[in-house]
Write a protein that binds this ligand. Structure first.
Ligand code: NAD
Length: 247
């Protein structure tokens, strides 16, 4: 289905995991893409998608926690594609540890990438989305932003903050016809969850009503819907993709 045909989407953290799958799904749906990541592989990834799906795509090396770089990504998008229809704030990191032992730099870096990054990208994209009077912003939060998680004070605070950011921006941007929503994935099989040992994974699975980890597809399908015209009356929402783990 070509439901994003003619749309221009920026996806951060698109070199691996969930962001990589969202990029592929959007390419299948015929969006033109600006893929960003701190990982240099992003340029090759964009070239592959452009070739395989006959779309336009560029890959930009980008650190979402640096404002000047966010501004440049947005300006480059406008220079090449003349508009921004969709922004997927997906880049995220973990620096886990018990709060009592957590270093200040591990707290700051997680907040900087996971919360400040989406703020900066949304702020700079808004300049153009507001002139267009249309836009979709999707923030990838997490179930632990809703429930909290021992060993992840920094990460869960960043993801809870992202939910607050989503709702505030949804209110500010609504009059310009810009929808802002958050996806809160549960435990999704990616590099991020590979860090957990087998025992931890099987304990988690026992608690999930649907009895499995999520896939990157489960998240990408919702990102596609929230980025399409089909979701035009949905804004300020946090939608769980968690197998029923949090209701
Ligand atoms: P991942 O590590 O596979 O992918 C994250 C990508 O972000 C990587 O390509 C990485 O290079 C990039 N990145 C990191 N720091 C960056 C920065 N400063 N600027 C730009 N890019 C940067 O992880 P994932 O599991 O695909 O996670 C994607 C998003 O989903 C994250 O926001 C994560 O917090 C969230 N999430 C993941 C899970 C899960 O179970 N995997 C659950 C809930 C939420």
């Amino acid at each position: 289905m070509e439901i994003l045909k003619g749309k221009v989407a920026i996806i951060t953290g698109a070199a691996s995991g969930i962001g990589k799958r969202i990029a592929e799904k959007f390419a299948e749906s015929k969006a033109n893409l600006v893929l960003t990541d701190i990982n240099d592989d992003i340029k090759v990834r964009a070239e592959e998608l452009a070739k395989n799906y006959s779309i336009s795509a560029i890959g930009l090396k980008h650190n979402v926690s640096i404002e000047q770089q966010c501004k440049e990504v947005v300006e480059k998008t406008i220079e090449i594609f003349k508009k921004i229809d969709i922004l997927i704030n997906n880049a995220g990191i973990t620096r886990d540890g018990l709060a009592i032992k957590m270093k200040e730099e591990d707290f700051d870096s997680v907040i900087s990438v996971n919360l400040k990054g989406p703020f900066l990208m949304s702020k700079h994209s808004f300049v153009y989305m507001s002139k267009q009077r249309s836009g979709k912003i999707v923030n990838i939060s997490s179930i632990v932003g809703q429930t909290g998680q021992a060993g992840q004070a920094n990460y869960s605070a960043s993801k809870a903050g992202l939910i607050g950011l989503t709702k505030s921006l949804a209110r500010e941007f609504a009059r310009r016809n810009i929808n802002v929503n958050a996806i809160a994935p549960g435990f999704i099989a990616t590099k991020m969850t590979e860090k957990l040992d087998e025992k931890a994974i099987s304990t988690i699975i026992q608690q999930i009503p649907l009895q499995r980890l999520g896939t990157v597809d489960d998240v990408a399908n919702l990102a596609l819907f929230l980025s399409s015209d089909e979701s035009s009356y949905i804004t300020g929402q946090v939608i769980g993709v968690n197998g029923g783990l949090y209701m």
